[in-house]
Design a protein around this ligand. Sequence first.
Ligand SMILES: [Ca+2]
Ligand SMILES: [Ca+2]
Length: 322
Amino acid sequence: MKKHMGLLLAGCLLLLTGSWMSAQMAGNISASINPGEMITIPAGWFIMGNDSGSWEERPSHTVYLPAYQIGKYEVTRGEYRKFMEAGGYENSEYWSPEGWVWKEGDIIVHAGMYGAVSYSERPDKYLKRNAPDYWEEEQEWIGHGYGHPLFVQTDDHPVIGITYYEAEAYCNWAGGRLPTEAEYEKAARWTGTRSNLYPYGDTWDPERSNNPLDHNPAGGGFKVNQSAPVGSYPEGASPYGCMDMTGNAYEWCAGWAISYPGSSRPYDHTGKYHVVKGGCWDDPNVTSAFRSWYLPPSSSGTGPGDSDYIGFRMATTITEAD
Ligand SMILES: [Ca+2]
Ligand SMILES: [Ca+2]
């Protein structure tokens, strides 16, 4: 018991020291960011979809979800680097069988939304894959709009150029999983009584996310294609406090693209396309109900040489023991 008291005291001291340090660091945005921080979303119903959106966002409907946790931020390059350094690309146990076949292969899949796809051979195919495409800290790339000075990525930027397979392998290594589309959407827009159209409300505000039309220098400034360090747009937080759920990187969701019950154009892309949510630095005005689909091995936006928009955040299941 005494030993426990000692541990408790040591724990309190650590907590006090921690909060003192946080106070000292206030004002420095990046110091207040804790990559990997998880937010608990309580069990309950929420309203998914948008009756004013495109046909595939309709009809809106209620979905019940058990409690879960979801990343406050997109997974950063710094976090992903730890997976790489821990041998993530050499250990098949983190990968799905299809993911491992892709990882060992030579083909780059350039896939746009809704199935547009082309293939090319990896220029360095004599080496095994050991990093995502577009991993270098500085990139020269084109994108489909606006300016593109050299694209710069630090360890605080979201990891991008990530296939579904890589996102899945990272989560397996880190002890989590990808969120389902419903989990993503609830964390992005549910207030507890209704669903916002955007994480922060119903009216589009370009300054509350990293999109082409915001002026925040963290995202490169007005009409510049550039990702931003995670959490650079705190005014755009969702009601649960999740950051960058519209804008910055698009994000993979677990599960397959399937139409909502009562859809006017039913589809079931099980085994083919996964849903990607949330808009990116190169797309203005993307709502939290917006759905796009990509092939699992695609890490590319719209074709060879084009920008690459997809990252992810992690979720975890809350078990009774928690
Ligand atoms: Ca921007
Ligand atoms: Ca995002």
